[in-house]
Design a protein around this ligand. Structure first.
Ligand code: RP5
Length: 164
């Protein structure tokens, strides 16, 4: 039996990134999008990073969400080795609160783009939504789920009451 290949790869530099990156995984689950999550470190497992990126298309991935903290080279280096869309999530770091992660990910040289999201959980969740939006271009049912999600979100905000 052939196993169905996940549409989205979620990779991160360390298992310590998972508490943030699981927001991307949860979002994809909510939209019914298949994903595979794993640790791939740019600095500690560079060979794995390159082989992951080089085989990502052949492995059936359509979008890669990459999260890292500190000297966050993972999203950019993966983008250097694949033409799949790479969504970068800056993970908060111990000493610089993720500003280092953000700047490392966002300042890509012309020609090798990484779509960079907000620092932390909101960024990870938005990367999940963005991945769903990309896949929805060729999936009408998923596009409808995104419309429904926006509607529910708006209704929630419209129903907000402030304390007296
Ligand atoms: C980065 O270094 C990882 O993405 C993580 O955010 C950070 C710290 O990693 P650990 O020391 O917790 O493994 O490569």
């Amino acid at each position: 039996m052939t196993q169905q290949q996940a549409a989205v790869a979620i990779i991160m530099g360390s298992d310590s990134d998972w508490p943030v990156m699981k927001a991307a995984a949860q979002t994809l689950t909510d939209f019914g999008v298949s994903y595979e999550a794993r640790v791939v470190s740019a600095h500690r497992t560079p060979d794995l990073m390159f082989s992951f990126a080089e085989t990502a298309v052949a492995n059936g991935f359509k979008v890669i969400i990459a999260g890292a903290g500190g000297a966050a080279h993972l999203p950019g280096m993966v983008a250097a080795k694949t033409t799949l869309p790479v969504l970068g999530v800056p993970v908060p770091s111990k000493h610089l609160q993720g500003q280092d992660s953000l700047l490392s990910i966002v300042q890509m040289p012309r020609g090798v783009p990484v779509a960079t999201f907000a620092i932390g959980e909101a960024g990870a969740a938005n990367a999940g939504i963005f991945a769903a939006s990309i896949l929805a271009l060729t999936d009408a049912a998923l596009a409808q789920k995104l419309v429904d999600f926006r509607k529910r979100q708006a209704e929630k905000v419209l129903a907000m009451q402030l304390p007296e």
